[in-house]
Design a protein. Structure first.
Ligand code: GTP
Ligand code: MG
Length: 525
C-alpha cells in the first residue's frame, strides 16, 4: 500500500512540474484564463499536499432536498445537520470527523469552521454541502468552492431530479477525469417501487455515461430506511483507507488543466520542426540588397583597381588618379561609426519585410493557432534592430582594403626606373639641343644600331612605362574581381548571421517553445 502511495505521489510530482512548465511556456501565447487555472491547480496541489494526507475530505453534493444532510446524519449516526422541509435548508458546509487529530489545518484551508468529532480512526472528513442549484448565490459559491478542492465527491441525487440538466451540465460533464474520485448516490429509493429502482439506476448510469463518467459507482440508498447505507459506508471506507484520494484528485485536476491548455493550443499535436537552413537563403538575399552589399562589393573591386593604378600606373599620368576619390573610402565603412551607405529604398524594405514574414510563415507552418501567430510575431519581433545590425555588419566586415599586393611595390619601383630612364634620355637630348642652339661643338652621340642612345632611352622608357601600366591594369582588374568575390562571401556570412540572430532564431525559439509545451502538456495529462 505504501509503495502504491509513493508511486502515485511521484507521478503527481512529475505531472505538477510538467503542468507548471507548460503554463509558463503558454504564458502570453494562450488564453490567460486557462493558463491561470493551470497555475491555480499547481498552487492548490502544493497547498493540499502540505496539509494532512492522512485525512480524506469527502463532500456530499447535490440539489436541494436530495437528502445530503439526511445521509450526513445517517452516516454520522446522529442528528448533526438540520434536515428541513423548507428549501433550501443547509446554508453552510459542516464537517463530521472520524479521527480528528491533525485535521485542523486541512479544514481551515477547506474553509469549514463547523466541525463535529463523531468517531475515531479512519481519517474521513465528511462534509455536508449546501445545494448546488440554490436560489441563494452564497450557497452556489460555497458548493463550487468545495467541489473544486475536496478529495472525494459523493453526488447525492434523488429519483425526481437525477436527470436535471443543472448537475450534469454544470458539474458532472466537467469532471470526466475525476471518475476515480467520485461516487454517485441515488437517494430516496424507498419512494420507488422495487422494480423501478433498478430501472432508475440503469437510466442514471446511462446519463452518467453520456457525461463521460462511465464506470463511476452508482449506489441506490435511502437515508430514511437505511437501505444501501452500509454499502455506501463500505465504499467510502475503502477509498479513505487508501489515503490516496487526495493525490488522485490532484492528478485528475492536473490532467483536466492540461486538457484545457491543450485545447486552447489547438490540440497541441506533436510537430516536427523545419530545418533552419532552408530559410536562410531568401532572407539573406533581401537583407544583402537592403544593406547595399552589391554596392560595397562593386566599390571593393573598383577601389582595388584604383589603388593598383595609383601604385603601378605610368608615373607621368598616374598623379591624375590621386585627384579622384577612393571609391571605397567614399562609403566611410569605419569599424566604429556608421557607414555612408545609401539608406534602403522602399522596395528593398518591402522585400526585407516580405522575407521576414516568409520566415515566420515557414517556421509556423503546421503549428496550430494561436501559437502559429506567436511564431510569426517572433520572426518580426526584432525587425527594428535589422537596420543598425546590417550597417554594423557591413562596417565591421573585413574587406581587406588595406592589403597591398607585393607586386604593386615591385612594379611601382620598376615604373620609377623606367621613368628615370626616360628622363635621362630627355635630359640628354635637351643637353644636345642646348649645345646646338649655342652653336657649340656636340660630342659624338653613341647609337644602338641606327638609333641614337638618348632617343632610345626616351622613347623606350615611355613605351615600357605605358606597356607596364597597361599589363598591370589587366592584372589589377582580375585581382579586383577576385577580391570582390572574397568580400562578397565575407559580407554574405555577416548578413546571414544578422538574419539568423534577429529573425530566424527568435522564430525558431518560439517554435521550440511550442514543441516543449506539447511535450510538457502530454507529460502532465
Ligand atoms: N422518503 C425519503 N425522504 C428523504 C430521504 N432523505 C431525505 N429525505 C427528506 O428529504 C427532505 C430533504 O432532506 P435534506 O436532507 O434536508 O436534504 P438536503 O439535500 O440536505 O437539502 P438542502 O440542505 O436544502 O440542500 C427532508 O424532508 C428529508 O426528510 C429518503 O431517503 N427518503
Ligand atoms: Mg442539507
Amino acid at each position: 500500500m505504501k509503495l502504491l502511495r509513493g508511486k502515485a505521489e511521484a507521478s503527481l510530482d512529475d505531472r505538477l512540474v510538467a503542468l507548471a512548465e507548460a503554463a509558463d511556456l503558454a504564458d502570453g501565447r494562450l488564453d490567460q484564463a486557462v493558463v491561470g487555472r493551470a497555475r491555480d491547480v499547481v498552487a492548490r496541489a502544493g497547498m493540499r499536499r502540505s496539509l494532512s494526507v492522512e485525512h480524506t475530505a469527502v463532500a456530499l453534493a447535490g440539489a436541494t432536498g436530495s437528502g445530503k444532510s439526511s445521509i450526513f446524519n445517517a452516516l454520522a449516526g446522529r442528528e448533526l445537520a438540520e434536515v428541513g422541509a423548507t428549501r433550501p435548508t443547509t446554508s453552510k458546509a459542516q464537517a463530521a470527523l472520524w479521527g480528528p487529530d491533525g485535521s485542523g489545518p486541512l479544514l481551515d484551508w477547506l474553509g469549514v469552521p463547523l466541525r463535529h468529532v463523531v468517531g475515531e480512526g479512519s481519517g474521513l472528513i465528511l462534509l455536508d454541502l449546501p445545494d448546488h442549484d440554490s436560489i441563494v448565490l452564497s450557497h452556489r459559491l460555497e458548493v463550487d468552492r468545495l467541489v473544486g478542492v475536496v478529495d472525494l465527491l459523493v453526488w447525492v441525487l434523488d429519483p425526481q431530479k437525477y436527470a436535471d440538466a443543472a448537475v450534469h451540465e454544470r458539474y458532472l460533464k466537467a469532471l470526466g477525469r475525476h471518475r476515480d474520485n467520485m461516487l454517485v448516490v441515488l437517494n430516496q429509493i424507498d419512494r420507488l417501487p422495487e422494480r423501478a429502482i433498478r430501472r432508475c439506476l440503469d437510466d442514471l448510469r446511462g446519463l452518467l455515461a453520456v457525461d463521460g463518467l462511465e464506470g463511476v459507482p452508482v449506489l441506490g440508498v435511502s437515508a430514511r430506511t437505511g437501505q444501501g447505507l452500509p454499502d455506501l459506508r463500505t465504499a467510502l471506507d475503502r477509498k479513505v483507507s487508501r489515503r490516496t484520494a487526495w493525490a488522485a484528485r490532484l492528478t485528475a485536476d492536473v490532467g483536466t488543466a492540461a486538457d484545457a491548455l491543450s485545447e486552447t493550443a489547438g490540440g497541441a499535436t506533436a510537430f516536427t520542426p523545419v530545418p533552419q537552413t532552408a530559410l536562410v537563403c531568401p532572407l539573406s538575399r533581401a537583407l544583402s540588397e537592403a544593406a547595399a552589399v552589391p554596392l560595397v562589393v562593386r566599390a571593393v573591386a573598383k577601389a582595388h583597381r584604383h589603388r593598383a593604378v595609383a601604385a603601378t600606373g605610368w608615373p607621368v599620368t598616374r598623379w591624375v588618379r590621386g585627384l579622384r576619390p577612393d571609391p571605397l573610402r567614399r562609403l566611410h565603412l569605419s569599424r566604429k561609426g556608421r557607414t555612408s551607405l545609401p539608406a534602403p529604398t522602399a522596395v528593398q524594405l518591402t522585400m526585407v519585410d516580405t522575407a521576414v514574414r516568409d520566415v515566420g510563415a515557414a517556421v509556423s507552418e503546421g503549428l496550430p493557432e494561436p501559437w502559429a501567430s506567436a511564431v510569426r510575431h517572433a520572426a518580426r519581433s526584432r525587425s527594428d534592430e535589422l537596420g543598425d545590425a546590417l550597417d554594423r555588419a557591413v562596417a565591421t566586415a573585413s574587406l581587406g582594403a588595406s592589403k597591398k599586393p607585393r607586386w604593386w611595390r615591385v612594379i611601382g619601383t620598376l615604373q620609377w626606373m623606367v621613368t628615370g630612364t626616360m628622363a635621362a634620355g630627355a635630359l640628354w637630348l635637351l643637353a644636345l639641343f642646348a649645345l646646338g642652339y649655342l652653336l657649340l661643338p656636340k660630342p659624338p652621340t653613341p647609337t644602338v644600331g641606327q638609333a641614337p642612345w638618348p632617343t632610345v632611352l626616351l622613347v623606350g622608357g615611355a613605351v615600357a612605362g605605358v606597356v607596364i601600366a597597361f599589363v598591370s591594369r589587366v592584372v589589377a582588374w582580375i585581382g579586383g574581381r577576385r577580391r570582390a568575390r572574397k568580400v562578397a562571401k565575407t559580407l554574405r556570412a555577416a548578413i546571414d548571421r544578422v538574419g539568423e540572430e534577429l529573425v530566424i532564431t527568435p522564430a525558431c525559439a518560439e517554435q521550440g517553445r511550442y514543441v516543449r509545451f506539447v511535450d510538457r502538456v502530454s507529460s502532465a495529462g
